[in-house]
Write a protein of this length. Sequence first.
Lengths: 264, 320
Amino acid sequence: MLKKTILRIITLIGIIVIIISIAGIITSVYITTRPTVKTATENKSVKDTIKNTNKPQSNLYNILSMGDSIANGTGDENGKGFADYYAESYKKNTSKKVNVNNIAVNGEVSDGLCQILRNKQTAPIIEGSSIIFISIGGNEIKQFATSNDTTSMVSSNNVENHYLSNLKNVFKIIRSENSNCTIVFIGLYNPFGDELTQDELGLLEDWNYETQKFVSQDSNAVYVPTYDLFQYNINKYLTIDNFHPNSQGYQAIARRIEETLRFH
Amino acid sequence: MFKKKLLLVLAILLVEIIAFAYGENNTYKKTIENYTKSQSTNYNWNPFISQEIQNLRNRLNYSSLKASDKKSIQIQIDQYNYDLQNNISPLGTTAAKFTGTIMEQSVIMLLPLLIIIFAGDSVSGEFSARTIKVLLTRAVPRWKILLSKFIAIIITSAIVVIETAFISLIVSKITFRSWGLMEPLATGFKVVGGKIDASNIIEIYQWQYLLLVYSLGFFIAIVIASISFTISILVKNTAASISIMMAALIGGSILQAFIDDWPFAKYFFSVNLRLPQYLTGSFKAVDGMNLTFSMTVLLVWAIVALIVGFYTFYKQDVLV
């Protein structure tokens, strides 16, 4: 009797599993074969962005942040970044509507930035911006700092020259779209502290110097150094990955930008 | 005999799943430990995730994203949000994820082997034990005897699949603590022109995914049972029938490596066992291979095997 009940229960479970499985198998096949539905939402948000950023208007202050993860705000616990902090404080002193566009990409190098700028969809955003923040180069120089062999100064010179020619292109493209906007270039800081050798430190300083020299050729562009800002504050300003700034770090950068542009 | 085997399968599943869960948990702890050691701060993933969500939102707002990329990003954001709300570390795992992975991984080897334990000797065992004579002297047609054996194997397969699900769920719930059944994930990938196409993905919950994966697991169990059943009729020797099946399974995983150069290999049944991979999109795209194709191949193998098996059993002389 007991055996019979157990058998019945087992059979019942079996049948239930079979039924559920048939449903599951049919669903699986359906999911992987159903026809592609064309979504009309494509490009919608891009258009929105463009709409918001049409030509610099007197009542609109558009901030554009481009470049690498620093420009993106990676590491900030609040998910902001220096562009947003700058926008927050700028809002207090103006009646204009302040807008932040962030087209920075984590891990970006100067080659990638050039590509993004050549993209047609970027043009209207640049055109509509009142001020542009650029942070780039950190990922290129990071390779030298983290690889242990100090492979000849020749290859580092090559990288630096390549970077500078890319930077030249970046400025050229921006100026061809927008000749009035202020360009703020954020200099590199040293996240590695004492770990860097003298040679590597020299490379970083030279990199910053060459960048600054180039940026100053544009009359409406300014180079904002962060090297000194982070030098004694690494523990306070870096986030847990010990590479990107934390919220405080980004606020410090934003404050420095404000000071630089105070009477602009 | 049958009960003993069911217990044996239960024991195998229990030991293996506990080992997997322990290993998984150990890896997680090691990662955290290494992190803490190298960064000299406690591992706190909350800011990382908030940051990542912010980055993804930014990406959604700008740039020439395709609609398909947008969908993947949106699902990723939903996943992170769920992790945040339920305090699930993105490095760690949940009961639902673990249970799904167990079936994804075991369809090519572990599950078929467990099924072979039952199906491999259902007929040959009668020959070895010389009970076939007694069975055939009953006034029941031969096909009915065979059919009842086959139905018994199907029900047993169902029990094995259910057992796998329950043991995984319970063990992983104890190990990883969180269920994670409502966590969203992406599915609905296609192969278009030799590439995995994500333009048509949809978002489903982990529990729905589990149902799908275990359904596919059950399908594979039935196919393996059918083939193994027929081989046990043909060779009349339990050891030989089990070895043949094992050779076919292992051969299949080796064949997988040659599938690009030798397209004919995709018609072999054990190359097509990885059905769950079509749901997760984590597979090597081979032209012409998709869920429907693999399932058709498996189904054809199973049906042909059953026809051969029934025919042979019906015609053969039993001289024991």
